[in-house]
Design a protein around this ligand. Structure first.
Ligand code: B12
Ligand code: SF4
Length: 444
């Protein structure tokens, strides 16, 4: 076994190695199933991160044909040797299973992986030749060898045996059909991650189940190298939360400064020295969960703004303490603190979360159709109102927040901020003229 780069070098110099690659060659189709987006939100499609990171762990003899089912069509009759289905969200699961069923009818073997495959392991098994649980790094050589020798196992369970974080390599972004990830000629952000896991275990979140409540930072030089490699000026650092270890966080930001990128991310610490460093490193906007109307939240948002970092609030509606009045006051509060963007979702009891366990015990879940678990549909009985009323308040929240300044305009303002910074640092890349007329909806 050898790492991809070493193998390629050897292959170039060594005829035998080339022959061996030819002999082992196989075509692996990796599919990211589509799902119904939140209708209230401007549609955006980011290059899926999980599949590209998984693809980086594949043996060299495997050619990857990546299909983003959200954006492109494909034929089940295209010649492929093996199919992988990568599912991140619960709401992708039924589509993923349907795709697998079609392939298996044609005698093509299918392996599942990704977050939603882990959260829905038992059901997924009914549609799989093989189910992979855990992180792909260091595991794929064995699995593909098993496939070749007809010895593919039904389950590969590495959930409690995660690989050393040092071996996580750069995502294999060459699998993307790049033109698909432009919106009116503007390239979408590239996704990178500098750490895995999370020390916390919040009520609606499945991350502690997936990563065992451990924060696993990547070596900073490797993360920085990958960010530089993307060739994209705008990044989304998708780590669950960067606010886990101040020294590591500050070190990461310091190393990011020379890259001159604009980036968004989930939570970062709001200490002035961290924010100052983040801003200098190109922090563009943060996703910040807003759960109440406290001074704590007000001041935190102000601190971000004082450092010229914008905020997209993520607001979960339907918690047990939310009555109608509370939700309406919350929206007024968001407008008052001048959030730059807001994304409203309804509390959704995703499997392997505390929310799911509690609500199931209390028999409060009335809808088990995973297609409806896109966080925009009420699938449980809220404590303080009917499901129908919560659904209405969800629509109300989107409408009220964007009443005076529409979502598109607020997004434009954010983009303008990035462009101004890029102009100032000499990193600006103009829009692609040939793709200016295209929005995602036109792609399929
Ligand atoms: C980044 C992210 C997003 C991005 C996705 C961008 C993208 N295009 O990739 C964005 C911002 C769009 C997003 C949106 C949402 N997200 Co999100 N997101 C994440 C996050 C933080 C990281 C995912 C990630 O990229 N991880 C890093 C990659 C490298 O890891 P990975 O995907 O697990 O891949 C590895 C393995 O799984 C494996 N693998 C992957 N695929 C395959 C395939 C095969 C065949 C094999 C063998 C192996 C394999 O190999 C990879 C390398 O080891 C996760 C939390 C988490 N840590 O998992 C939540 C998470 C997935 N999101 C979640 C939620 C709830 C949402 C939202 C619904 C709501 C919200 N506001 O967050 C929205 C969706 C809105 C909608 N309805 O459209 C939930 C999922 C809940 C569920 N069961 O559906 C998670 C788990 C967080 C949580 N709160 O619990 N999200
Ligand atoms: S919501 Fe964020 S901070 Fe809380 S457990 Fe999940 S990833 Fe960690």
């Amino acid at each position: 076994m050898c790492g991809p780069r070493k193998c390629l070098d050897t292959a170039v110099n060594d005829k035998k190695a080339i022959e061996r690659l030819k002999e082992l060659y196989m075509k692996f189709r990796l599919i990211y199933p589509r799902w119904e987006k939140l209708k209230e939100q401007t549609t955006f499609n980011l290059p899926p991160h999980g599949p590209a990171v998984m693809a980086a762990a594949l043996p060299d003899y495997v050619e990857v044909d990546f299909i983003d089912d959200n954006l492109e069509s494909f034929s089940y009759d295209d010649p492929v040797d093996f199919v992988g289905i990568s599912m991140m969200l619960t709401t992708q699961a039924k589509r993923g299973w349907a795709i697998a069923d079609e392939y298996r009818k044609r005698g093509v073997k299918v392996i599942f992986g990704g977050i939603s495959a882990m959260l829905h392991a038992e059901e997924t098994l009914e549609h799989a030749d093989s189910l992979f649980l855990g992180e792909a790094e260091g595991r794929m050589d064995q699995i593909f060898n098993d496939f070749r020798t007809g010895d593919l196992k039904k389950v590969y369970n590495y959930l409690n045996d995660l690989p050393p974080i040092e071996i996580v390599g750069p995502a294999r972004r060459s699998i993307y059909k790049r033109d698909l990830y432009y919106y009116k000629g503007v390239q979408m952000v590239d996704l990178v991650h500098a750490s895995r896991g999370c020390r916390f275990s919040c009520y609606p979140c499945a991350v502690s189940y997936l990563g065992g409540r451990k924060f696993r930072p990547r070596p900073i030089d490797k993360a920085i190298e990958e960010m530089a490699l993307t060739g994209n000026n705008r990044l989304f650092v998708v780590d669950n939360s960067l606010a886990q270890d101040t020294d590591w966080e500050m070190e990461l930001f310091r190393e990011m400064i020379p890259l001159k990128k604009n980036w968004c991310c989930h939570t970062i610490e709001d200490k002035p020295e961290v924010l100052d460093c983040a801003r200098r490193a190109g922090a563009w906007y943060v996703y910040q969960a807003i759960f109440d109307t406290s001074d704590f939240i007000r001041e935190r948002i102000k601190r971000y703004h004082d450092h010229d970092i914008a905020v997209e609030g993520t607001i979960l509606l339907g918690m047990d303490n939310h009555d109608e009045d509370y939700i309406k006051r919350l929206i007024d509060f968001l407008l008052d603190i001048r959030l730059d963007l807001a994304e409203f979702t309804v509390l959704t009891p995703f499997p392997h979360t505390k929310a799911y366990d509690d609500m199931r015990k209390q028999k409060r879940i009335f809808n088990h159709d995973w297609n409806d678990y896109n966080a925009g549909k009420v699938v449980f009985y809220p404590k303080q109102m009917t499901p129908a009323r919560l659904q209405e308040l969800y629509y109300y929240a989107w409408e009220k927040f964007y009443e005076d300044e529409p979502q598109q305009y607020k997004m434009f303002k954010l983009l303008k901020k990035a462009i101004e910074r890029e102009m100032a640092s000499g990193t600006y890349k103009p829009r692609r003229r040939d793709l200016m007329r295209r929005v995602f909806a036109d792609t399929l």
